[in-house]
Design a protein around this ligand. Structure first.
Ligand code: ADP
Ligand code: MG
Length: 225
């Protein structure tokens, strides 16, 4: 599929009601283009995960619209949203999305099964090698460290070749070397494959690899660079 921009228009997200109502996102406007690697930084509770899950169609905004290219995704039926998530969006959640009873390699084969395609041997080997997890193919998720799980989750998200990559704190459990590997890989996906990539982080060291840096504070987004 041709690459498209992901655009959020006047997004608001409220939780609860009455005097306990939380305005997690306030009239937020944002665009990420193909080939662009964007960082969103901000303190805990500022709305980063809410922003990313709305961008990734995992929850709906209270008001505003999400566009992929010219297509308004906001009003799509859930089955169409699920299809867009499967084919167009690679989501790296804070909690990993590994299937507990499948070995690492089987996690990827399962995706191939869902997508009705053969195993992508070369893509698989390249991804695992660049993340320093090539020797984990036959391990179960329970045998992996937190950082290893995080990198397998990232490899799974990229294996599909999604045009949009959304990563929520993808370096949180990693030492500096592995964190740098992860961010460099995301930068490569954006810059050499034309992916649109958003990384939420509070690891300031990592934003040197990003093209655009935004600060999210109390539900409002402002550009930093
Ligand atoms: N499902 C929810 N129900 C109620 N409040 C929520 C929910 N999700 C997030 N919030 C609130 O919205 C605000 C932003 O949360 P979040 O997006 O998780 O921030 P961050 O990822 O920056 O830490 C917080 O005040 C949080 O408590
Ligand atoms: Mg969060």
């Amino acid at each position: 599929m041709a690459s498209s921009s992901l655009r959020l228009e006047n997004i608001e997200k409220n939780f609860g009601s009455g005097h306990t109502e939380i305005h997690a996102l306030k009239k937020l406007n944002f665009t990420v283009n193909p080939g662009e690697f964007v960082a969103i930084i901000g303190p805990s509770g500022s709305g980063k995960s809410t922003f990313l899950t709305i961008a990734g169609l995992l929850q709906t905004p209270t008001a505003g619209k999400v566009f992929l290219g010219d297509q308004d995704l906001t009003g799509l039926a859930e089955n169409k949203r699920a299809k867009a998530r499967l084919h167009d969006i690679g989501f790296i959640l804070q909690s990993n999305n590994l299937v507990p009873f499948l070995k690492v390699k089987e996690q990827f084969r399962f995706l191939d099964h869902v997508l009705k395609r053969p195993f992508q041997e070369t893509v698989y080997q390249e991804l695992l090698t660049s993340l320093d997890i090539a020797d984990l193919s036959d391990k179960m998720p329970r045998e992996l460290s937190g950082g290893e799980k995080q990198r397998v989750t990232l490899a799974k998200a990229l294996y599909n070749d999604p045009q949009i990559i959304l990563a929520d704190e993808p370096t949180a459990a990693l030492d500096t070397q592995h964190a740098t590997d992860v961010v460099k890989l995301l930068a490569k996906e954006a810059h050499t494959k034309g992916k649109a990539c958003i990384m939420v982080t509070h690891d300031i060291r990592m934003v040197t690899f990003c093209d655009v840096v935004y600060q999210l504070e109390d539900g409002r987004l402002s550009r930093e660079n």
